[in-house]
Structure formats: structure tokens, C-alpha cells
Design a protein around this ligand. Structure first.
Ligand code: NAP
Length: 249
């Protein structure tokens, strides 16, 4: 049976750990060649590459802070030079700097917006030139349930993830005529390093709000990314797919 992403090339930002790693692995399992972006975790990124190679796939590493325009441009150029084309872009790189509004420092706000929202914009801007030339592209942006519902203590993060939804819809409208689809995934509570830092009490309180009664795993988000990146989703653009156990409905 033909795999869903056979021969496609994909760039996954923040693929050294967590959801990004799971997406990179799932793409490789479906036959894609994968560019693994990381920022600070070289060792973890190498592990992602090794895991992909164990699956019989191929991966390349690209270090870059997606929030810096020049770095994002250079990374996308290097990916295209190495892999030949760029079919799929997953804007997954993300950070949290949680604080109450009264205590939130300007740097905490800026760091989150720079990586989560500006980083997605910069990477899309860099990738679109090639995708327009190809008249083909699949862009998937990681939003969050926090961007849809809001979350106390996460005004910066919620704003960045709501922004990602606006960016997704605007880009979807702008690029549709060029054969490029743009969609977002809004995960709920997924077990990764990002959520491991939360106190046990907070985790219990969140779990109590999940209709399916458990936290999610990165592979469950990766499955949605495979679908949106594949030709099965050719007629879907500008959408936000929740993978959250029913938190937002
Ligand atoms: P994670 O385990 O903390 O991993 C974050 C990833 O982002 C790492 O690979 C990290 O790379 C990368 N990254 C951070 N800053 C970067 C930058 N400036 N440039 C490039 N890469 C950068 O996070 P996660 O839980 O997998 O989350 C992945 C995405 O899903 C994020 O956008 C997050 O907001 C979203 N999300 C997560 C959840 C959840 O419950 N986990 C829920 C909703 C949405 P290095 O380690 O190499 O620095």
C-alpha cells in the first residue's frame, strides 16, 4: 500500500522533542523526507534523527531560532538546497512563560510572541516563495486550546495561539489559489516537557475538565498532522482541528 506522504519533503520546527518529534517520526513513517529543526537541544535533535533512521527514513538537522527573521530565511534556504523542494511546513516550535498579568514581564510576553507567533509568520514567509513556485504546499500551524478558550496565567501564550489562528486563516485565503493549504491544530493537554513542569494539583484540575478523562500523547497530535499534510485533506484549508479530548467543542 502506498504511504500517505511518500516522496514528500517536510520541515518540522521544534522537532527535537515532544509533539514536533512525534510529527517528524510519523511523517517519516509515511514516507516523507524530514528536515528536523531545533533551537537549543542538539542532542535531542540527533535522537529524533536516529529514531527516524531506525524507521528506515531519512532526516536532516537544521539549527535555528524561528523568531529571528534572518535565521528562518537561511534555514528554509538550506532545507530547499538539501532536500530539493519543500512540500510540508509544520510550525510547531513553541514556548511558555506563564505568569499573572500583573507580574508578567515585558520579556516574558515578547519571548512567547516572538517564538510562537512571529516565528510561524517568518517561517511561512520564507517557505511560501518555494511553495508558490511548486504550486503545492501544506502548512500546518500549532495553536492550542489556550488560544481558543483563554487560560488564566497564560495571557502571552493564549494571545500568541489565538494569533496563530488568525495567521492560519489569512494565509489560507491568500495562498489557496496557489495550491497551498494552511490549517491549524489546537492540542489540549499533551504529555510533553512543556506540561511536565505543571504542579500535580494543576494537572489533576486540567484532567477533570477533559471529557475523554485523560491527557493526550504527542502521537495523537502527530496523527492529525499526517492527515492534514496528506492528499486526504486536499479540500481542507483555513481550519482549526482540535486534538484535545473534547476540551473545546
Ligand atoms: P516542548 O516539549 O517544550 O518542545 C518545544 C520544542 O520547540 C522544542 O523542540 C524546542 O527546541 C522548540 N523551540 C522552542 N523555541 C524555539 C525557537 N525559538 N526556535 C526553534 N525551536 C524552538 O513543547 P511541546 O509540548 O512539544 O509543544 C509543541 C507545540 O505544541 C508548541 O507550539 C506548543 O505551544 C503546542 N502545544 C502544546 C501543548 C501541550 O500540552 N504540550 C498543548 C497545546 C499546544 P529546543 O529544545 O531545541 O530548543
Amino acid at each position: 500500500m502506498r504511504r500517505l506522504l511518500e516522496g514528500r519533503t517536510a520541515l518540522v520546527t521544534g522537532a527535537s522533542r515532544g509533539i514536533g518529534r512525534a510529527v517528524a517520526e510519523a511523517f517519516a513513517r509515511e514516507g516523507a523526507l524530514v528536515a528536523v529543526n531545533y533551537c537549543g537541544s542538539l542532542g535531542k535533535a540527533q535522537e529524533t534523527k536516529e529514531r527516524i533512521e531506525e524507521l528506515g527514513g531519512r532526516a536532516w538537522l537544521f539549527q535555528c531560532d524561528v523568531g529571528k527573521a534572518q535565521e528562518a530565511e537561511q534555514m528554509v534556504k538550506a532545507v530547499i538546497a538539501e532536500l530539493g523542494r519543500l512540500d510540508i511546513l509544520v510550525n510547531n516550535a513553541g514556548v511558555t512563560r506563564d505568569n499573572l498579568i500583573l507580574r508578567m514581564k515585558e520579556e516574558e510576553y515578547d519571548q512567547v510572541m516572538d517564538t510562537n507567533l512571529k516565528g510561524a509568520f517568518l517561517t511561512i514567509r520564507a517557505a511560501v516563495r518555494q511553495m508558490v513556485k511548486q504550486r503545492y504546499g501544506r502548512i500546518i500551524n500549532l495553536s492550542s486550546v489556550s488560544g481558543r478558550l483563554g487560560n488564566a496565567g497564560q495571557s502571552n501564550y493564549s494571545a500568541s495561539k489565538a494569533g496563530v489562528i488568525g495567521l492560519t486563516k489569512a494565509a489560507a485565503r491568500e495562498l489557496a489559489s496557489r495550491g497551498i493549504t494552511v490549517n491549524a491544530i489546537a492540542p489540549g493537554y499533551i504529555a510533553t516537557d512543556m506540561t511536565a513542569v505543571l504542579p500535580e494539583k494543576t494537572r489533576e484540575a486540567i484532567t477533570a475538565q477533559i471529557p475523554l478523562g485523560r491527557v493526550g500523547i504527542p502521537e495523537e497530535v502527530a496523527a492529525a498532522a499526517v492527515f492534514l499534510a496528506s492528499d486526504l485533506a486536499a479540500y481542507i484549508t483555513g481550519q482549526v482541528l482540535s486534538v484535545d479530548g473534547g476540551m473545546y467543542m
